[in-house]
Design a protein around this ligand. Structure first.
Ligand code: UD1
Ligand code: CA
Length: 447
């Protein structure tokens, strides 16, 4: 049976104390919303509907950036979670199959958990994801009898006995779509908060003689983000999970607790990651590559056998082919480095193509920006760029060509040629000694 997703993301997130809608705050390099969408993607949804309200324009943009087929519906007033789900009815009510409801601010749900929720639907008309809370606080409480879920009571409406229950509602629910919208339409707001509570559909389903069940997950997975402190806590939880997974997948992390991954980081087996490496979004590292200490990587691809760092920065569009070496204090942006290229030290390569086995000397800079526009530098294969070469783009250096150290290259260097663009040296015999004596004299006369 097919499944569609409804992701609730209309809330303001007042306690974040922020101008940004809560679901757009960043966790592991991506908005919270993308984490929920990514978890849901594991169910191979037919349709994903995001319910937006506060900051709807920005939330819509973010939703479509993750999945251009997602549909965003608006909830103009936040009247409660059932009211939020009802906004998705026009999009989904004609669709057959199940619906899974996720929260945009609950980023740590594992795909396996969503699959378990799905599977339990074979046994129950409605399934709720629950957890045993160490401190149940203000969560809704699950009133169960063995395998059967009777109803959910919100903290505000609960009796002291009900509040003593530690089995809590994560908020995630799976139900058959048509039934879900029928039940949601029946929910009223006669309760302590005056809100339309989604959890009320459990009692309504039971009243129809339908069965409701609970699937349990670890409390860590259901952690919602409501404050900056919780955001930091979620980041820590995400990172410790990502590190454990990396180690499990055959990646060496010398100091795991100092490595930070992004939601979409891909690292191949037998890669070696040194201490204090930070992955921004969009990084792939192939098997056997080595990232040494203190590198910052973002939007780049590092091929098999390449070594990067220590202290290197790879920015979006950096493409390193096999066996490329990028050394310390090197920045690469929007540049393709073919097989075996070496950029060892203190260099900026931006908007450039570098042919295979070319060596770039220390202190080389591609001067790619004229203050208004960006320009490209093309360097052929087996070239040798002397230390401290300024390559003023647009400019090209041919195959097997060289540039002399300290050159400011403003014109193309043909293949096989040496580009030399610096003042000729003259030596003045004895002048250094005479100059030093004169300076010492001046200093003495002052004291
Ligand atoms: C909800 C559940 C509670 C559960 C808890 C788990 C209800 C009534 N209660 O409570 O049983 O234990 O989650 O975290 O559902 N949202 C909208 N529109 C609205 C209201 C909420 O989009 O009108 C979104 C919020 O942005 C948020 C999610 O739904 O992502 C949950 O809403 P929230 O107000 O945080 O519910 P809780 O009071 O935490
Ligand atoms: Ca909440």
């Amino acid at each position: 049976m097919s499944v569609s997703l409804v992701i609730l993301a209309a809330g303001q997130g007042t306690r974040m104390n922020s101008d940004l809608p809560k679901v757009l705050h960043t966790l592991a390099g991506s908005p919270l919303l993308h984490h929920a969408m990514q978890a849901g993607r594991a169910l191979d949804p037919l349709q994903t509907v995001v319910v937006a309200g506060h900051g709807a324009e920005a939330v819509t943009k973010a939703a479509l950036a993750y999945d251009e087929d997602a549909v965003v519906v608006l909830q103009h007033e936040q009247l409660g979670t059932a009211h939020a789900v009802a906004q998705a009815a026009p999009v989904l009510s004609d669709m057959s199959g199940d619906i899974v409801i996720l929260y945009g601010d609950t980023p740590l749900i594992r795909p396996e958990t969503l699959e378990a929720l799905r599977e339990a639907r074979a046994r129950h008309a409605v399934v709720v994801l629950g957890f045993h809370a160490a401190d149940p606080g203000r969560y809704g409480r699950l009133i169960t009898d063995g395998d059967e879920l009777h109803r959910i009571v919100e903290f505000k409406d609960a009796t002291p006995e009900e509040r003593a229950i530690t089995l809590c509602n994560s908020g995630l629910i799976c139900a058959e779509g048509k039934l879900l919208f029928e039940l949601v339409a029946q929910v009223g707001n006669d309760n302590a908060a005056g809100e339309y509570y989604l959890p009320d559909i459990i009692g309504l389903a039971r009243a129809r003689g339908l069965s409701a069940g609970v699937v349990l997950c670890d409390e860590a997975e259901t952690m919602g983000v409501n404050t900056r402190t919780e955001l930091a806590r979620a980041e820590a939880a995400f990172q410790s999970r990502a590190r454990a997974e990396a180690l499990e997948n055959g990646i060496t992390l010398t100091a795991p607790e100092t490595v930070f991954f992004a939601l979409d980081t891909v690292v191949g087996r037998d890669a070696v990651i040194g201490p204090n490496v930070i992955f921004g979004p969009g990084v792939t590292v192939e098997s056997g590559a080595e990232i040494r200490a203190f590198c910052h990587l973002e939007g780049c691809h590092i091929s098999r056998g390449a070594t990067v760092g220590p202290f290197a920065r790879l920015r979006p569009g950096a493409e390193l082919a096999e066996d490329v070496h990028v050394g310390n204090f090197v920045e690469i942006k929007n540049a393709i480095l073919d097989e075996g290229v070496k950029v060892g030290h203190l260099t900026y390569i931006g908007d450039a193509d570098v042919g295979e086995f070319t060596n770039i000397g220390a202190g080389t800079v591609t001067c790619n920006y004229d203050g208004v526009m960006k320009h490209r530098t093309k360097i052929g294969k087996n070239a040798f760029i002397g230390s401290d070469t300024m390559l003023v783009a647009p400019v090209s250096v041919g195959d097997n060509a060289m540039t002399a150290s300290g050159s400011v290259i403003t014109e193309d260097v043909p293949a096989e040629a040496l580009g030399l663009a610096r003042a000729r040296q003259t030596n003045k015999p004895g002048l250094a000694a005479r100059l030093r004596a004169r300076l010492l004299q001046i200093k003495a006369s002052r004291s």
